[in-house]
Design a protein around this ligand. Structure first.
Ligand code: SD4
Length: 359
């Protein structure tokens, strides 16, 4: 019996009787799979370029998230990210491989690709997490060039924010640049800034069955100096365990940290839940444990099982994700509305509107 099949069946055998596999459950993927938060199709394409040629999942997720990190128009990842309330762009990132190896950086300044610094932490130090000036010094010692990450547009947004100087959490779904801001069904932004947060969480399975994940962000726009979100926290913004699967999170990081959200999703899969049931279960838990008004928060979770099935679920409507699989492969997800489907370079990429608890 193949090892994965054995693990899957063992997990199901140990699960409660009510955990019947859904009749809609997709078949395990027959090739690589890459899944990312929000409409990060360009990042999936970069990851696919690695996976398509038989490359390593860890390289795929690292190179995939380089795309938004280097995009000055993405206002919350890497270059062009909105600064903290003192005007400094500070970055959080985490990476994990199929062995459970992990590295992360938090509150890192002046470095274009925090994900690659996180990988160096994993590969070149005995540690998991480096923060602030120590992380910056480590990056420079490793040969990363210092760059100014504060673009004129982000600085102008910060100046506008300072004029109002209201310190409140970001609006849910502010990543959705296509949504009407003022009169639509989603709450408008009290600051008048449309993109206060954004994060890419990417999880992937390569053709050899290696799982990996990466998560990178500049966090809340105009956050308190020193604030660290869930993205660099292993188990909160990202978790990978080849025996069960991988998960990543986006939205209000404090909620993810309080519930160890990504780890919880992977544990749910380990105990036999499908990826879709796992993300739903954990969003329900986040909602139950929430101290704030849930209508003011967003939590979006993605899961990829070790046999290549995908789940996505959110607290509020509006969370989207992108999945890329080989052309001709069955859809690896069982729920959600497909907004767009594009076939290119031997792959099909689906943009999926995730189901939501409050939707
Ligand atoms: C954070 N979780 O820093 C990140 C922000 C985010 O979509 O995911 N935005 O809390």
């Amino acid at each position: 019996m193949r090892r994965r099949t054995f693990l899957h069946q063992t997990a199901l055998a140990g699960a409660a009787v009510s955990l019947r596999p859904s009749a809609l459950a997709p078949q395990p993927a027959s090739g690589p799979v890459v899944v990312s938060t929000w409409d990060n199709a360009a990042a999936n394409a970069a990851a696919w370029a690695v996976l398509q040629s038989g490359g390593y999942a860890l390289d795929a997720v690292e190179q995939g998230v380089w795309i938004p990190e280097a995009d000055p128009n993405d206002t919350s990842v890497g270059l062009g990210g909105l600064p903290d309330r003192d005007g400094k762009v500070t970055l959080d990132a985490c990476i994990m491989d199929e062995r459970g190896g992990c590295g992360s950086v938090a509150a890192l300044e002046d470095i274009l690709h925090p994900i690659s610094v996180a990988r160096r932490v994993m590969e070149q130090t005995p540690h998991v997490l480096l923060v602030g000036e120590g992380a910056r010094q480590f990056a420079l010692d490793q040969g990363f060039e210092p760059v100014n990450l504060l673009t004129p547009a982000a600085e102008a947004a910060w100046q506008r924010w300072k004029a109002q100087n209201r310190y409140e959490p970001p609006v849910p779904n502010s990543e959705r640049r296509d949504l009407p801001r003022r009169n639509g069904p989603y709450p408008s932004d009290p600051f008048g800034f449309e993109d206060q947060h954004d994060t890419i969480g990417m999880i992937a399975n390569d053709a050899s069955g290696h799982l990996a994940g990466a998560c990178t962000t500049s966090g809340w726009g105009f956050k308190m100096r020193g604030r660290v979100g869930d993205s660099p926290i292993v188990g909160a913004g990202l978790f990978v365990d080849s025996e069960a699967g991988a998960a990543t999170a986006t939205g209000h990081g404090e909620e993810m940290i309080r519930t160890a959200a990504s780890h919880s999703v992977v544990e749910a899969m380990r105990h036999g839940l499908s990826p879709q049931d796992a993300v739903r279960t954990v969003v329900e838990r986040i909602r139950r444990k929430m101290l704030a008004d849930p209508s003011t928060r967003q939590a979006g979770l993605l899961a990829l099982s070790s046999d290549g099935r995908v789940g996505g679920f959110a607290l509020q409507p509006g969370f989207r994700y992108v999945v890329t699989v080989p052309v001709g492969a069955a859809r690896p997800f069982e729920a959600g509305h497909v907004v767009r489907e594009v076939t290119a370079n031997g792959s099909t990429t689906y943009l999926v509107d995730a189901p939501a608890l409050l939707g």
